[in-house]
Write a protein that binds this ligand. Structure first.
Ligand code: PLV
Length: 322
């Protein structure tokens, strides 16, 4: 059963007419919001959980800002094992409820994910039957996320000129890099988007070494890792990765514009990726001659996520005067 139960799905890839019109070049959206757990996380977290259960694990303990934890709770339910998810105070109540509804025990500890992760590590050390599921820093997580690029290789009309993603701890970025290697697209550049106050990867790229933020001050709480996975710093050696940072306001604007363009409600962590187009970051890179002017195929990953509601988005709209 654990070998064969389906955890993630092959998600829709849409040629986005509204985004293509706004951008002036063909834009495809990879709709990870359609995953059973509401975000791309189930790809890597599901793969990690399945391998853990096949190795005899009876209790999954995950730390998460929210979406990785829900993916772990969902995977544990499908795999028929116990799950405990440790989340920081910033994790939205609706996400905590979803984890409980999936059958997981939810423990709230710490102001940021890193503190929740410390508590989870303590629990893992004391439970011989448990295996820890890291939300972004594990080879099995990256291997699972890489399936997204394999689907692109099967679906896109041509090799992409650019793939846009957002970065929290860098697990999705590392998975994309692994996927590009798998399908022979090592030269495809990646635009890695973060928000001000959740930009540990950008700070690390600028410093040429891993940097730990003093705090997470962005509203994109699900990008809230203080330090990126070390693997990210290897990825930038082997792949062309543009690291860009936008203010929270642009992430919220992107969420609002995507809702209008595609009737898809996403959280700020996902809006950050779409801001690569909506905030014209790509156009600036083109003006700076860092990106080719004749883009023919750009893929934006709609990473999804449940840390949002219509009410919260409307409050952000008001707070940011949008
Ligand atoms: C603290 O949180 C890290 C992680 N969220 C990460 C996340 C990302 C960034 O993915 P990453 O770069 O961490 O693999 C993007 N988009 C969404 C909707 C996300 O939830 C979590 O849920 O535990």
């Amino acid at each position: 059963m654990a070998e064969s139960v389906q955890l993630h799905i092959a998600t829709p890839l849409l040629e986005s007419i509204p985004l293509t019109k706004r951008a002036g070049f063909p834009v495809f959206v990879k709709c990870e919001n359609a995953q059973p757990s509401g975000s791309f996380k189930i790809r890597g977290i599901g793969h990690r959980c399945r391998k853990a259960v096949l190795s005899g694990c009876k209790h999954i303990i995950s730390s998460s800002g929210g979406n990785a934890g829900y993916a772990a709770a969902y995977a544990a339910r499908q795999l028929g094992v116990k799950a405990t998810i440790v989340v920081p105070e910033t994790t939205a109540q609706n996400v905590r409820n979803r984890m409980s509804d999936a059958g997981a025990q939810v423990i709230v500890h710490g102001k940021v994910w890193d503190e929740a992760n410390d508590r989870a590590q303590d629990m893992i050390a004391k439970d011989k039957e448990a295996i820890g599921i890291h939300p972004f820093d594990h080879p099995d997580v990256w291997a699972g996320h890489a399936t997204l690029v394999e689907e692109l290789a099967n679906e896109l009309p041509q090799k992409p000129d650019l793939i846009i993603t957002s970065v929290g701890g860098g697990g999705l970025l590392c998975g994309i890099a692994e996927g590009l290697d798998r399908v022979g697209w090592q030269d495809v550049p990646v635009l890695a988007m973060e928000t001000v106050g959740a930009d540990c990867f950008n700070k690390s790229v600028e410093a040429g070494k891993s940097v730990t933020l003093p705090a997470i001050t962005s509203v994109a709480k699900c990008l809230g890792a203080l330090t990126p996975a070390a693997k990210c710093m290897e990825c930038i050696k082997d792949h062309k990765i543009y690291s860009e940072v936008i203010p929270d306001k642009e992430a919220i604007r992107a969420c609002l514009m995507l809702l209008d363009d595609h009737c898809i409600l996403v959280e700020p962590a996902c809006g950050a990726a779409l801001a690569g187009i909506y905030a014209r970051v790509i156009h600036r890179l083109q003006e700076e001659k860092k990106l080719q002017s004749d883009l023919k195929c750009v893929v934006a990953i709609v990473c999804g996520g449940y840390s949002i509601s219509l009410e919260e988005l409307l409050k952000f709209k008001k707070d940011f005067n949008l």
